[in-house]
Design a protein. Structure first.
Length: 199
């Protein structure tokens, strides 16, 4: 399992590990407008801390979910930002320029990310509480800007599975990742190709 991989459980099917390669793109698995609202995570403030504590944002710096605080307005802003990314990420994956109004939403979210500090008891790096919804949004926006405004935009991919919409940053050295997960869509492709060969 790669660092940053998250266990996803679709409504139909077996759980699988998915690495979005980016904190901003990882937000896409928290839900979406329309038919994907059944996956909504950011509908309740109490869901935010546990989700963030397992996110790419905390790689190398553990976070106590109890240190995360957010208002209903901050949760609304996180959902709006995430829904914006649902338009931006597929555009990038297709090699297109995102809509200017979507880039405005991202730019406006850039702010001060969560602060880190030295834990006085352990001497280890930690997140300085409280970690707010606004700080989490700022961290995601900075991550998105670091992709959209650089050559990394060429590494944004949409899974090539026939019915999969998962989008990720291809962090593989050769830059040839095709699947959300080899456990899921990669395996389905291999099975389908085998059946075709056997005719």
């Amino acid at each position: 399992m790669s660092v940053g991989a998250r266990r996803l459980t679709p409504l139909t099917g077996e759980p699988f590990m998915f690495d979005a390669g980016s904190f901003a793109l990882e937000l896409l698995v928290t839900g979406a407008p329309g038919r994907f609202s059944v996956y909504e995570v950011f509908d309740k403030v109490e869901n935010l801390g546990p989700w963030i504590a397992e996110s790419r944002m905390t790689i190398g710096i553990p976070l106590d979910p109890a240190d995360v605080v957010a208002t209903d307005e901050e949760m609304r802003a996180l959902r709006e930002f995430r829904n914006t990314l649902w338009r931006v990420a597929p555009a990038l994956a297709a090699g297109d320029q995102p809509a200017p109004e979507d880039l405005v939403v991202i730019n406006e979210a850039v702010g001060a990310p969560p602060r880190i500090a030295i834990d006085t008891k352990t001497g280890r790096t930690t997140w300085a509480p409280p970690v707010t919804g606004t700080q989490i949004l700022a961290a995601a926006a900075r991550d998105a800007v670091g992709i959209i405004g650089t050559d990394l935009r060429e590494r944004v991919r949409q899974c090539q599975g026939s019915r999969c919409l998962l989008t990720f940053l291809d962090t593989s050295r050769p830059g040839n990742r095709r699947w959300c997960s080899m456990q899921r869509c990669g395996n389905r492709h291999k099975v389908g190709a085998y059946r075709e060969r056997k005719g």
